[in-house]
Design a protein around this ligand. Sequence first.
Ligand code: ADP
Ligand code: ASP
Ligand code: MG
Length: 440
Amino acid sequence: MKTIVVKFGGSSLASAGQFQKVADIIRAETARRYVVASAPGKRDSADTKVTDLLYRCYDLASAKQDFAPVLAQIESRFADIAEGLGLSFDVSGEIAVIRKHLEQNPQRDYMASRGEYLNSKLLAAFLGYDFLDPAQAVRFFPDGAFDSETTNETLAAALSNSERCVVAGFYGAFADGTIHTFSRGGSDVTGAIVARAVKADLYENWTDVSGMLSADPRIVENPRTIAQITYKELRELSYMGASVLHEDAVFPVQKANIPINIRNTNRPADPGTMIMPALPGKRATRKVTGVAGHTGFSSILIDKAMMNGEIGFGAKLLTILARHGVSFEHCPSGIDTMSIIVSTASLAPSRDAILAEIEAELQPDHLSVEDHLALIAVVGQGMIYSKGVAASIFGAIADANINIRMIDQGSSELNIIVAVQEADYENAIRSIYHAVENRL
Ligand code: ADP
Ligand code: ASP
Ligand code: MG
């Protein structure tokens, strides 16, 4: 029998009305046997996600402040859903357990996980499916890294006993049972690991847009929907800020060659975006797949005469960053210059110490930091076969009077990355999008 894993995001499960749409989608196809659910998201743009309310509750409780009003808000979100669906579900009993936890020894990740836990239990009850608590199956190493192989075995064993099951997204546990979450948006990752564990034919990711768009809709008006995209292109775009799918959701399904289909819960007839290993026959027509980016980067610039002859110069520099737990995004270099692009937030805690160590250990002729940079990636599997793409990108940026601070043709040959000042970010995205539009 064919097996489809379906993951529903927060807005798809934000209210009883949305639950009804989700149930209709699941029942429309018998292969939709394994369901991964997020916590209730926003019902409208002014609303607050339940996960954010849970973090707020934790912050108040750990500061010994009154969390009761926020917990009451959370309770009413779940009570509204249960009532709206006519379910006899003991919401207040579940909330009492959370209240007790908050009064005793509040833990941040445990609190964050309760949105997915309760929403998934509600969905399982509504569908008549089994429920699996991922604390039993999704495993993390003591340092917080995801333990993919143990998880795959445990999850496969747990789900082999179940014909139809709802699995809560976003969290798992350490070996001692302590709850740990993925980063925000992590239910996408849970969906991917469930798909791998049950050897699904397809992983459907249901959200509030009809697929991956070729640019951020908040910046570019009416960007084209991407009908098909490769795993690699998707990873590049999502890493760079096209936030429709968590950037780590690609690995588990890529390993198992399972295609992902991004779909819209509110427009189930739309075909959405298919994500797969390769796009046969597409090369000739499509050069560029999409444009994405984000702000908040800094560049550390180092000049030193004869740098290229100094063995180990780059290694020393990267060791200094590593000592302070800062990872770098790009490292464009010249003969006597090197620059390292890092996220400003990750640099902030030990910025002065890092600069002092660079001065002391590398004795540069010049050292400075440029803040307020944005990175923009133009991604496309077909780009390497096309001569004109880079020229039109740089031409468009120049025509818009925008100064490029850095260029990096990714070593994957899948992308071209440019850095611009944050003030120019949106304008640069629009200029690039319009320059490559006819190659999408
Ligand atoms: P969910 O709660 O279903 O996981 P998310 O909010 O995580 O949904 O992701 C969907 C949102 O991603 C869309 O509503 C859209 O605003 C945003 N988004 C940003 N960039 C893109 C893009 N390139 N294509 C599609 N959506 C995008
Ligand atoms: N509820 C979590 C979040 O808001 C995880 C998710 O929705 O995927 O980040
Ligand atoms: Mg999401």
